[in-house]
Structure formats: structure tokens, C-alpha cells
Design a protein around this ligand. Sequence first.
Ligand code: GLA
Length: 485
Amino acid sequence: MFHVKHLSQKDDSMTSSPEISPSLGAHWESLPDDAQEIERVRASFISAYGYEPEGVWSAPGRLNLLGEYIDFLGGTCLPMPLPYRTYIAGSARTDGVLRAASAQMPADTRTVMISDIVPGQLKGWFTYVAGVAWAMNQEGGRDIALPEHFGADLYINSRVPVGGGLSSSAALEASTALALLDLSCPQRENCVEIDRAAQDRSAANDALRARLAQVCINAENTIAGAQTGGLDQSAALRSLPGQALAIDFRDFSIEPLHVAPEQDGLAWLVIDTNTPHELIDGGFAARRAASESASHALGYSFLRRALPEDLSFADVPEREAKAQRANRVDSCTNAAMLALEDAEGTPPDFPRGWVRHAFHDMMLVPRAIYVLKALETTAEPQERQKLYKELGHLLTESFVSMRDELRVSRVEIDETVRLCLEHGALGARIVGGGFGGAVMALMPQELLESTADAIAHLYASCGWAPPRFLPMRAGYAADIAYKRD
Ligand code: GLA
């Protein structure tokens, strides 16, 4: 029998969207129930391996409120953990073998010797799992590197939509990292305790999680072959329950922010457009390389350093702040393009908009943080409305930049954003790496269902695969779900 040693708790301050009653047309996902998911993954482990797992670990996907394609440039991003998580049931082995099976890939069970994992050999979903084992042994440090003969049996079930731009890869990496760290404890001299870590706000706990995030980034870059930044892994491991996290990627420092639009009758509409995105083809890496080359041409380690320290335009009215941002984005983009031309002897062979977008989003986020902080201290309803309106405008501004400058949108996404705005959203944007995936909108709660219906209707009339609507509630970071005694 299993004894529940620790079940991650949701913070009382976490609030949820109103109950969604399914309406004709729009397909609403159900919010996962942790206890059921844990039981399900445990049962699947037993049928896959024929014995009971030692425990279950899980990690969330993320909704990035703002700041795309800037984590690898030292920008600041604003992710929030989703209630959709990846669950892993696991048991330790002592023969160095790593076995993994997944509910999403039932015909693709994998086995590898951990010591045999090297870059460039593995393919598909398993690279995210094996990659973490490999990366823990690279620069993890003695307390993270796996003991010599350690191995594991894992069974994975993802409730984060896969390929939806909601960071299913990082949820898989983060849950694997915690599972392997915890399972390897009995084989270590000094075991790192991670129990109850999602509730632990101490600096030591966050420092361990920050190191595990680096391990996961390395796994994704080197073994899975996706040149992503650190946004997703940091959000999966370091988020605090029910809060958004401002992550400053110059030094990976974090600042939790209270974001609770439901207190003002607003809600997030999250739409998986069912147009899967892939970050391991060239589009993401090319944009990253272009903006990084701009940093180097300007002589900065991070492009963020080309901008002033304070970008909040505090106490400057919305319109004026926007105008000042636009001027700054123009002058910085000009300087970067000229520096690139000087360095290379010819004009850069990538669109100017790729660099423009980077400056643009790097400037939007500090203003959004300023607005969110103002909301924490403003009680006057009209003033709050004004602040939310500006927040919405910032979201849509980012979308326009991703569509027209970075060029990572597609027709389904454009139309989804357009419909959200037409139906009364304060702002809407694509989430994550783009090319497909999810859209989020900030909307009056009472308009969620009618907007979803209109979107579902449009997709059906265009003959597009049906979108999925994801009820939103703030989640919590990667954690141990329970451990057998
Ligand atoms: C993906 C990457 C992140 C980040 C976003 C875009 O999710 O994994 O590192 O670059 O795209 O903001």
C-alpha cells in the first residue's frame, strides 16, 4: 500500500477562473485533479513494469504573460505556472539502466545505460528524459550528479498539451530531474532533500532549483537539440504557488508578483490552437542567433545591456511611455544593424524585425511589472481599470511585434487573437516560441464562453483542426507528489 508522504498543496491565495459550463461548439479541457493523476500514473507504472513505483513527481507547464525570445538576451520574462502538469511515477535501479515509458507514446518504450548517453544519438521525446540524466552528470555538482550504478524505471503522463507552446518539454525535464534526484538519494552519501520544496521559499531551496533548471536547459540544448533559453525550465522549477515570476535573465534572479485578474472580474482565456509548433527546426535557432549576433556586434554579453537599467517609465502616462519606448527601440535597432554591418562588411542577412522585436519585448516587460505592482497598491476601481487596460495593450503590442517583426505567427493564431479582441479582450497574444501553439487573452470573465464559441465556430468553418480551451488557475512548481514509505 502507498502512504501519502507529501502531496503538494495549492496556496490558499490561488484563485481560479469561474466554473466553465461546456457550451456547444467549444471544447473545454478539464482541469486536472492531482490525486487522480497521481493514481493514474501509478497504475500505469504498475501495468508497464509489473511492480509498484517508489513515488510520483510532477512539474507544471507555464503561461508566459509577457517577454518572448528575450530570455537568452538577458531580458526579463513573466511566466506563471499552469495547473497542467507532467506526472512521473518512478523507482530506482542499481544497474545503471534508465527505462522510460509514456502514456503519450505507448508504442515507444525506451531503455538506455545512463553512462552511454551522449549528444546526437537519441531521438524524440526520450531525449528530454535521458538528456536530464546526462546533464545531471555533466555540471550538476556532486550533490546532483547521479551515483555510478544508479538507474531508474519511469512512467510519464503529460497533462501539459504537447507542442502547444506551454512548455511541455520543460515540465518533462523538471519532473525527471526531481524524480532522479530523489530516487538516487538512498544510493548517495549525502542526499539532497527536496521534499516539500514547492512550498519552501528559502534561498537554499531556490538555489538548488536554479541549479536544476540549468541542468534541464543543458539537457534541452545539448541532447534534445533545441536552442531554447531558460524561461521554461526556470518557471517549472522556481515558480511560487499561485504567482507570476519576474525572471531577470541577466542573472536569473526572480521576483514573485501577485497577478489575480479575477478579483476585477477578468480572466485568462488560454487557447491551444492545435497548430503544433516545433522548436528543433531552424526557425527558433535562427532568430536566437540573429539577436545574439546583434549583442556581440554592439559589444555586449547580453542585448539587454544595450538598454537603460530602468525601463518602467514610472509615472509617465501610457501614451507617452509607448512613444518613448518606440523611439528607444528604433534607435537601438539602428545602432545594432549598423554595428552588424560594420562587423561583417555587409548588411545582415536576416530581417531587421528580428532585432527590433527583441528590443521591443525587452522594453514591454518592465512596464508590465510596473503596472502589476501599481495594481497591488491601487484600490480605486477606475484607476484599476485603466491599469488593466494598459496591461492588455502591452500584451497585444507584443503580439503585433511577434506577428509583424519576428514573424512567428500563422493564420490560425492571427485569427484567434483578432476574435479575442473583437469579443472584448483587453489584450491577446501568442504564447511561447510561436509558429503555432497557444494564444492567451485577458478578458472579462463573462465573455470567456461566447468568445470560445466564436473561435471554435471560425475554426470549423475554415476546416481547421478544432482548438482546445484550457481553464486557467495558477499552479505551483515542480514537486514530489508522494513517496512510498
Ligand atoms: C521557448 C523557449 C524559451 C523562450 C520562448 C520564447 O519556450 O524554450 O526559452 O525562448 O520559447 O520566449
